[in-house]
Every structure is written in structure tokens, then in C-alpha cells.
Design a protein around this ligand. Structure first.
Ligand code: ADP
Ligand code: 6PG
Length: 185
């Protein structure tokens, strides 16, 4: 396929987004963003207390990520974003910015339409048991493992006409990377 402007590695917490995204970016020489690094402090504190984020918490964060992707792509860069992007509307926002949002992204009321981001979505799928096992072993992360059930409850797996592939987290990392590389050929 023709290389997309951006590749989104999505899935519930602990599905391997950061690990896969980092490896892929270094193999492809693409720029890498981890959406976790862009959460405002309030979102981090909320998740740290075991409270799941809601649409109002996530929409401004996703709009900001769209703008970052869009700017890089406009300057000719290819990018990989590791981001939960659990709902279809969240992925629409990553593609279209505030035009994809049911709520406004900011209060400026600006109406200009930014260009869409051409996105390939890679959904890392796995069972609650496998992923919670990995989260329990992961140290030094702000995300509370108890939030995993809410991530599964919120998840809307990508479906047609979204541009996506899904890969099982039961595969090892080299198999996952090879599958993505094959898709990009
Ligand atoms: N395919 C895989 N097989 C085995 N372990 C994995 C795999 N992908 C990720 N992991 C491990 O699972 C944990 C969660 O991965 P991470 O990349 O932090 O997930 P996320 O960014 O989706 O929260 C990490 O300890 C990571 O090393
Ligand atoms: O949309 C959300 O609820 C958040 O993005 C949430 O998914 C969180 O940020 C990560 O899941 C924590 O980080 P990890 O995904 O790396 O566990």
C-alpha cells in the first residue's frame, strides 16, 4: 500500500502500543509520539486515582494530537502515534481534528478546516487475561491496572470503512513488526 502519512498504534492499556510504536519508528526512521506524554496533568491524576477518563477529558487531548500529526505531515514527515484511541469518534478526531469531534476542541470558535490526516490504524487486540498479566508486571507507570476493565468496556474496535489492520498481542514483537511492515509494502 502507499505509505500513510501517519500510523496509529491503538488498543487498551497494556496492549503494547508504546513498545510496538517505538520499535517500528526506529525501523522505519519515522517520528514517534506517545499520546500518554500529551495528557494534561488533570487526566494523569484522574487515571492515577483509578478514575477512567471520559469524552470531555479525551477530546481536547486528541485534538491537540491531530494538530501535531497534521503539522508534521504537512512538512513531509511520516509519523507513528501510540494512542489508546478507543472509540471510533476518537479516531475520527485524530484524522479530522475538531471537525471529527462531537464537542468543540477549544473555545476559540475558529472555523477553518485543517487538512485530514491519512491514517493507517494498527489495532493490537488481546484478551483481558493476557493484557492484565502484562500490566501487573509493568512498573513505574501512572496508569492504574484496575482501569483495564473500563478500557475494554469503552473499546470500539475499528471496522470498515476505517483503514485498519488488527494484530493479536499473543504474537511476539518481531512477528507484530513484520506484519505491519508487510502491510506498508
Ligand atoms: N507482543 C508482546 N509480547 C510480550 N510482551 C509484550 C508485547 N507487547 C508489549 N509487551 C509488554 O507488555 C507491557 C505493556 O506494553 P506497553 O507497550 O507499555 O503497552 P501500552 O503502551 O499499550 O500500554 C510491557 O511490559 C511490554 O514490554
Ligand atoms: O484514553 C485513555 O483512557 C488513556 O489514553 C488511557 O488509555 C491511558 O493513557 C493509557 O492507557 C495509559 O497508558 P498505557 O496505554 O501506556 O497503559
Amino acid at each position: 500500500m502507499a505509505a500513510p502519512g501517519a500510523l496509529l498504534v491503538m488498543g487498551v492499556s497494556g496492549s503494547g502500543k508504546s513498545t510496538v510504536g517505538t520499535l517500528l519508528a526506529s525501523q522505519l526512521g519515522w517520528k514517534f509520539y506517545d499520546a500518554d506524554d500529551y495528557h494534561p496533568e488533570e487526566n494523569r491524576m484522574k487515571m492515577g486515582k483509578g478514575i477512567p477518563l471520559n469524552d470531555q477529558d479525551r477530546i481536547p487531548w486528541l485534538c491537540n494530537l491531530h494538530d501535531i500529526l497534521q503539522r508534521d505531515i504537512a512538512s513531509g514527515q511520516h509519523v507513528i502515534l501510540a494512542c489508546s484511541a478507543l472509540k471510533k469518534v476518537y479516531r475520527d478526531i485524530l484524522i479530522q481534528g475538531k471537525d471529527g469531534a462531537p464537542l468543540k476542541c477549544d473555545e476559540s470558535g475558529k472555523e477553518e478546516k485543517l487538512a485530514e490526516v491519512k491514517l493507517l490504524v494498527v489495532h493490537l487486540t488481546g484478551s483481558f487475561e493476557v493484557i492484565s498479566g502484562r500490566l501487573l508486571k509493568r512498573k513505574g507507570h501512572f496508569m492504574s491496572p484496575e482501569l483495564l476493565q473500563s478500557q475494554f468496556d469503552t473499546l470500539e474496535p475499528p471496522s470498515a470503512p476505517e483503514n485498519f489492520i488488527q494484530i493479536s498481542v499473543d504474537k511476539n514483537l518481531s512477528e507484530i513488526i513484520a506484519t505491519i511492515m508487510e502491510t506498508l509494502k
